[in-house]
Write a protein of this length. Structure first.
Length: 209
């Protein structure tokens, strides 16, 4: 069974507060999302397996540890999920990157897949799906469906903020995945926006309206 992790690290919480502020401009918003993604990934990778090696220091032979070859992948949900990728890759430069594009059908309001490009070996990789906002959960559920349908076995979801409704929806649809968030907010409003939230993450990342 998957778990829900809410990160309470002081640096994450401090930067998330500035991200929420409506007066934070595009440049600072983008940089802070990048930084929080790095800090979150640092916490997420805490349980990665290690193996023993020997290395020659300038002084002697040292018994030390390296990552045990676990393959990772990052799958942003377009477009806002792109804002978290660079922060992750700074820590895990060998990670492969895929993309899932979804749009909301104006009549059914359901997410519809329009683009999927994934690493060829996704069944061997532990995948981190990124999206700054987990509101209703519809996009995350559909993105994870798309990835699982193509052979992925190990998937986690990484978001800046989430509404309880979205968390519960993803847990119900995909009880096997871990959900990582920097902030668990109060609720969704009648229009499906997270309260208090941070506005539209895509618009704030890319300077659009």
């Amino acid at each position: 069974m998957g778990k829900v992790y809410v990160f309470d690290h002081p640096l994450i919480q401090h930067k998330l507060t500035i991200i929420r502020d409506k007066n934070t401009g595009t440049k600072a918003f983008r940089e802070l999302v990048d930084e929080v993604a790095t800090l979150m990934m640092y916490e997420i990778t805490r349980e990665l397996p290690l193996e023993d090696v020997e290395v020659e220091t300038p002084v002697a032979t040292a018994k030390s540890k390296v990552l045990a070859g676990k393959k990772l992948g990052v799958i942003p949900i377009l477009r806002a999920g792109l804002g978290m990728v660079d922060g992750i890759v700074k820590l895990i430069p060998a990670a492969k990157i895929g993309h899932v594009g979804l749009y909301r059908d104006p009549e059914t309001l359901k997410p519809v897949e329009y683009y999927v490009k994934l690493p060829s070996d996704i069944e061997e990789r532990e995948l981190i799906v990124t999206d700054p906002m987990l509101a209703t959960g519809g996009s995350a559920i559909e993105a994870i469906n798309s990835i699982k349908n193509r052979g992925a076995k190990q998937i986690s979801l990484m978001c800046l903020i989430a509404a309880p409704e979205g968390v519960e929806a993803v847990k119900e649809a995909h009880p096997d995945i871990n959900i990582y968030v920097a902030g668990l907010d109060e609720k969704l409003n009648e229009k499906g926006y997270i309260i208090p939230g941070l506005g539209d993450a895509g618009d704030r990342l890319f300077g659009t309206k």
